[in-house]
Design a protein around this ligand. Structure first.
Ligand SMILES: Nc1ncnc2c1ncn2[C@@H]1O[C@H](COP(=O)(O)OP(=O)(O)O)[C@@H](O)[C@H]1O
Ligand SMILES: [Mg+2]
Length: 359
């Protein structure tokens, strides 16, 4: 792999040096030839004028016309060069555009989504690394309920969310959404029904308002503000001099990790989806704000199936159902009280985190 890269990089370097050489030679040569031809015209024309064959005025006339022609002709060469470069680039772009997504929509009819989700003995292997991320995972969550998923890094939490959004298809087993296998749902409809907050919030170099409205094409200003209030980021936004018109990213200001996460949450809830997937998106938010957000969510997501991935018990304890993953397996499944009684990973995590909070 490394060697291959070195070979390709060296090849590209050599070619670029060659190109620079030719260009370094070509342009001075062109100017030189133009100069030489001018001198030639002057010399021969001068002689002829001296002999009385032509009038002196013919010489500048000729030079002016020839010079008017020289640059358009030179530019034709330059444009040809650019067209060739563009054609080569277009070929690469086309290669990329022609790739067919592995996940295809098989269903033309419209299939509304209510939000009941069942994992039935799901196994999942990432093809490129051969890592088995999920092993025999089964659980059910009814529409409108809240499920919390806890577990160490690498235990497969994000993978579960990605499978629900059908970014991948399961290797083995079934995912059932509202009585249908997930493959029998219209893919666009499924994804429209999902509000997904990824682990690393991605915001565009655009205004905060537009970043939130990305979740809903025709969102009004009021809807944007309502979503921001529910994500507890409205107060931060109005502190900026241009509030919702503040530009983010390269051309604008940088938000803190917690602010980014909350803008990203606002983007997900503005479209009032049937299914909300939160991938550890409260990690950079303090526990107090976290509680406020979760309380607001409860109000606006009464009929929304909500899955919250977290490594904090505080995000999970009020969920209707909690599952704990370890190395791709469901090791605990219940609610706060039953898992505390169970005295396993969850109970241990709870005790540890409560002690930390007391300190
Ligand atoms: N895109 C991917 N390609 C290959 N392997 C992956 C990919 N994403 C995650 N994995 C692997 O799958 C396992 C589960 O990952 P993940 O679901 O991201 O865990 P978690 O969200 O609990 O930290 C890990 O071993 C990880 O290395
Ligand atoms: Mg993850």
């Amino acid at each position: 792999m490394n060697e291959q890269f070195t070979v390709v990089a060296n090849d590209s370097k050599e070619k670029n040096i060659d190109l620079a050489r030719i260009q370094a030679l070509f342009f001075p040569l062109m100017v030189l030839l133009i100069g030489l031809s001018n001198i030639l015209v002057l010399y021969i024309g001068g002689k002829q004028a001296a002999e009385g064959i032509i009038e002196v005025g013919v010489i500048p006339e000729f030079l002016i016309y020839v010079n008017m022609l020289t640059w358009p002709v030179a530019v034709v060469g330059w444009v040809t060069n650019m067209v060739q470069q563009a054609a080569a680039s277009q070929k690469r772009v086309n290669e990329f555009l022609d790739i067919n997504p592995a996940i295809q929509n098989m269903v033309e009819t419209d299939t509304p989504v209510t939000g009941n989700i069942t994992f039935d003995h799901v196994n999942f292997v990432y093809e490129d690394t051969n890592i088995q991320a999920l092993k025999d995972v089964s659980f059910t969550i009814e529409a409108g309920k809240t499920l919390a998923i806890l577990g160490k890094t690498g235990s497969g939490k994000s993978t579960i969310l990605e499978l629900i959004g059908r970014l991948y298809d399961v290797t083995d087993g079934n995912i059932i959404v509202d009585d249908y296998p997930i493959k029998d749902l219209n893919l666009d409809r499924l994804r429209q029904a999902i509000g997904y907050v990824p682990q690393d919030a991605f915001l565009f170099s655009d205004t905060i308002g537009n970043n939130i409205a990305f979740g809903k094409k025709d969102a009004s200003k009021d809807e944007i503000i309502e979503a921001a209030k529910n994500a507890v980021v409205h107060k931060n936004i109005i502190d900026f001099t241009k509030d919702y018109d503040t530009v983010l990213g390269e051309r604008g200001i940088t938000l803190s990790g917690g602010q980014k996460q909350r803008v990203s949450i606002a983007r997900a809830i503005i479209k009032k989806p049937q299914i909300l997937l939160f991938d550890d998106c409260l990690s950079a938010v303090d526990t107090e704000t976290e509680e406020k957000i979760l309380n607001n969510l409860k109000k606006v997501t009464e009929n929304t199936t909500t899955i919250i991935v977290s490594h904090r018990v505080s995000s999970a304890k009020n969920a209707d159902q909690i599952i704990v993953l370890d190395e791709g397996r469901v090791v605990e499944n219940g609610n706060h009280d039953s898992l505390i009684k169970n005295n396993g990973y969850y109970a241990e995590l709870y005790t540890n985190q409560m002690m930390e909070d007391d300190r």
